[in-house]
Design a protein around this ligand. Structure first.
Ligand code: NAD
Length: 326
């Protein structure tokens, strides 16, 4: 059955996602503030609307794929998207945003007489282009059932994670695991280098032992062991470091809001924020290994002698490993 979809936000992700819906025979009315994004979508068969409000007014389902929560909330409310839509329109937000913003967007949609689902994605631009995204959905069962046929066109897997905001929660929890594990894998390679252990030898052991994880076996941060990983092409993304920094920032917000003590999640957010603002701006997130090497070197140079605190039994290990207290 053909559905009329308003698609707002036709950037790197939204553009190819909207094109998949067109290919599947749906009527897609699109809008983006960037004229070039709108023109590219139009070339793929999306009907270009003069505004987001005009697109939403004709739609059964409104999909948004925007940079952050403030864009979603402002479109829904101040810019009048909810007011313009027909009653009972389904609003599906696929952007990655704060859990709190996602819940606020749900509440606003429902208060305006509509339905809502948060459905962020993983899989990146390549997944959007190949229709192999994974959707993580939060909202009611009816809303999920209504959205699922459209999500199935744009992705290969859709998981109903629970109540409003649960999709965003799943997304940031998953990416917190990924950010921390990439740092862990990178630190292990740096330590291996220091110990004279070949990258390939560490890989051969850890990839089939308890150190096995996606950061190691798919996105390996050193060149060689996994020929397809970004490390083999000068760290061209892949999953760009600023996107990891964004997702870890959302995880950190949720940790603070929920009073959850998660030192590694917060540290990973801090390391990626620094990396993405500097050297990592245009690199894959696995390139963080480059900044961990000099950090380890600096730790060695500083060494135990520069410490002014009194030695205790408990700090002996860190001293011997050459790491310094901050
Ligand atoms: P993008 O910047 O390429 O696209 C966002 C688009 O939204 C832009 O074209 C912008 O002009 C448009 N926009 C902003 N405000 C608007 C408004 N008020 N009305 C209409 N259009 C508006 O970003 P992207 O890479 O497509 O990412 C979109 C979302 O998907 C983000 O939340 C991101 O975190 C998430 N995401 C991205 C990736 C990825 O690999 N790029 C992967 C997973 C999730």
């Amino acid at each position: 059955m053909s559905t009329t979809v308003a698609f707002i936000g036709l950037g790197h992700m939204g553009g190819p996602m909207a094109a998949q819906l067109v290919r599947a025979g749906h009527r897609v009315i699109g809008f983006d503030l960037a004229p070039e994004a709108l023109a590219a979508a139009a070339a793929a068969g999306v009907e270009a609307a003069p505004s987001a409000v005009r697109a939403a007014a004709e739609a059964d389902v409104v999909i948004t794929m925007l940079p952050a929560g403030r864009h979603v909330l402002s479109l829904y409310q101040e810019e009048g998207l909810l007011a313009a839509a027909r009653p009972d329109t389904l609003f599906v937000d696929c952007s990655t945003i704060d859990v709190a913003d996602a819940r606020a967007a749900h509440a606003a949609a429902v208060a305006a007489g509509h339905r809502a689902l948060d459905a962020p994605v993983s899989g990146g631009v390549a997944g959007a282009e190949a229709a192999t995204l994974t959707f993580m959905a939060g909202g009611g069962g009816e809303e999920f059932a209504r959205a699922e046929p459209l999500l199935a066109v744009m992705g290969k897997k859709t998981v109903h994670c629970g109540a409003p905001g649960a999709g965003q929660a799943a997304k940031i929890c998953n990416n917190m695991i990924l950010g921390i594990s990439m740092i862990a894998v990178s630190e292990a390679f740096v330590l291996a280098e220091r110990l004279g252990l070949e990258h390939q030898a560490l890989y051969d052991v850890a990839s089939t032992a308890s150190g096995q994880c996606w950061a190691l076996t798919v996105n390996c941060p050193v060149p060689g062991p996994v020929p397809g990983s970004p490390a083999n092409r000068d760290y061209r993304p892949g999953f760009a470091a600023p996107l990891m920094a964004k997702d870890l920032g959302l995880a950190a917000n949720a940790l603070r809001a929920g009073n959850v003590d998660a030192p590694l999640g917060l540290k990973a957010a801090e390391l990626y924020a620094d990396f993405a603002a500097g050297e990592g701006r245009e690199l894959d997130f696995s390139a963080i290994v480059r900044t961990l090497r000099p950090a380890a070197e600096a730790g060695l140079r500083a060494g135990p002698d520069t410490h002014s605190h009194t030695h205790t039994d408990t700090d002996t290990d860190t001293e011997q490993n050459g790491t310094t207290a901050p």
